[in-house]
Design a protein around this ligand. Structure first.
Ligand code: SF4
Length: 455
């Protein structure tokens, strides 16, 4: 691999993963300021990135049967929710057709690479946006292409992120027929006043109906909920959790804190009138996090990750830990995190489509990684996303690491913690608990728009 690397790429490969991550954020967004000392080089170059994206798929997968996820981004929604920070467009039939053409081009470009040929994916995840916005014929077209181009394990988990407003009985039957076995349902809250204020396309009755229809037909459901909205009271949150309790056989719940990212529309939307600072908002989120946690535990759910992922103790865990799986990402904003490197596609749909038409790739940035960096990446994301309140937190990271790589993490965990502390990504509180800093959340917010958030 060395012969194909230029000076800049070699420079990345000499860095710790935390340092590289820091530089990556700088390259992806000019909005995150004061992040990196290495001002003398720009993190990414588009032509190089296309080349690197191609190169990292030229290696066979060393772990062909474990923790492999195929992520496909469908960046279309029925309406634009007021708090949404993602790159999405309102559904439009001809635009979706153009997008599916581009996606098929991307699939054709990579389906015969050694990496794809040697991989059996355990998880197929359609994220967005709102994949369930697609019409039955569009869904069939997409699934036919995907199933004929990639291999999946016999017990694969196939998830469709969905909005209740877009799921008709006919569409649910079709999802079942094409073997979708899990739906992550964007409920947000059962409070109709708040749903209306947030410009959501569904109401609570529709959410209840769809949950029942999905569970009755044998499709697992993750209830995707949210807390921290400006006018949502603590009582409103507790009422939502009581409603979750009443849903028999619900499998998992994700509780997202409505985090404010510097300089986003979201900041203006949420605080334009009240002038509450981000620090005040973050304090409020910490308090609400505890409220959610206590109440979710009381109703029998077990917390696995942060942002707050719970599974019903009577059901099964979700397969993956957000971003520490080996992910091959396709579509606008699709992020790839594999053992040889990583890449991210253009989030802007127009740029993604035009780049694919021009040169066969929609890649915005990419880099090779050494094996050690890939190990450190796994640990860094685990530190951010696993439940850091657990007393055996580091043991959990170590055990997941062994499961992924068949080797022990040894002193790598302490190294990554030390690297992250140096970059002011984390600090230890008086009780020795690791706390993620605002700086880190800002970096993650920039990096993860469009990158797999597999829930
Ligand atoms: S459904 Fe999700 S992705 Fe779509 S506009 Fe609302 S928040 Fe954004």
């Amino acid at each position: 691999m060395d012969t194909t690397l230029n000076h800049k790429q070699k420079l990345y490969m000499d860095m710790s993963y935390a340092d590289y991550f820091n530089v990556k954020a700088r390259g992806l967004s000019k909005k995150v300021e004061n992040l990196v000392q290495c001002d003398n080089f720009c993190a990414y170059d588009i032509d190089e990135s296309n080349l690197i994206r191609r190169e990292i798929l030229q290696f066979k997968n060393q772990y062909p049967n474990t923790h492999n996820v195929l992520y496909i981004n469908i960046p279309f929604c029925a309406t634009r929710c007021g708090y949404c920070p993602y790159f999405v467009e309102i559904y439009n039939k001809s635009r979706v057709c153009e997008y599916l053409d581009a996606l098929e081009l991307e699939i054709d470009r990579i389906k015969d690479t050694p990496y794809v040929k040697s991989t059996e994916f355990e998880c197929l995840y359609f994220g967005g946006g709102t994949p369930s916005m697609l019409s039955p014929s569009e869904i069939k077209r997409l699934l036919t292409k995907v199933f004929s181009s990639f291999s999946f394990t016999a017990d694969g988990e196939f998830t469709f992120e969905s909005n209740p407003a877009t799921l008709t009985e006919q569409k649910i039957l079709m999802l079942k027929e094409i073997e979708i076995n899990r739906v992550s349902l964007g409920i947000q809250t059962f409070n109709d006043r708040i749903l209306k204020e947030m410009d959501c396309a569904h109401n609570s009755d529709k959410a209840r109906l769809v949950i029942n229809q999905l569970l009755n037909i044998g499709i697992s459901v993750n209830a995707d909920m949210m807390f921290g909205y400006q006018s949502q009271s603590e009582d409103d949150i507790v009422r939502d959790i009581m409603e979750l309790k009443s849903i028999e056989n619900l499998n998992q719940v994700t509780y997202f804190p409505l985090r404010i990212i510097d300089n986003t529309e979201l900041e203006k939307y949420n605080y334009g009138k009240e002038k509450i600072t981000i620090e005040q908002h973050n304090k409020k989120l910490l308090k609400l996090d505890k409220l959610v946690d206590t109440n979710m535990t009381n109703i029998g759910y077990i917390r696995e990750e942060s942002p707050i992922f719970y599974f019903n103790k009577n059901s099964h865990k979700h397969r993956y830990i957000s971003t520490s799986a080996r992910v091959l990402g396709l579509g606008a904003g699709g992020g790839t995190l594999i053992d040889y490197g990583e890449s991210i596609n253009h989030s802007d749909i127009e740029e993604y489509i035009s780049n694919l038409k021009k040169n066969g790739y929609g890649t915005k940035s990419a880099a090779f990684l050494t094996k050690e960096q890939a190990f450190e990446r796994h640990i860094l994301y685990s530190i951010v996303y696993l439940n850091r309140s657990l007393s055996d937190f580091k043991d959990v990271i170590n055990s997941n690491f062994k499961d992924y790589y068949n080797v022990s993490a040894d002193d790598k965990i302490e190294k990554v913690i030390s690297d992250m502390k140096k970059l002011k990504f984390i600090y230890e509180d008086d009780n020795g608990k690791l706390i993620i800093t605002k700086r880190m959340w800002n970096v993650l917010g920039q990096i993860q728009i469009g990158v797999p958030s597999i829930i």
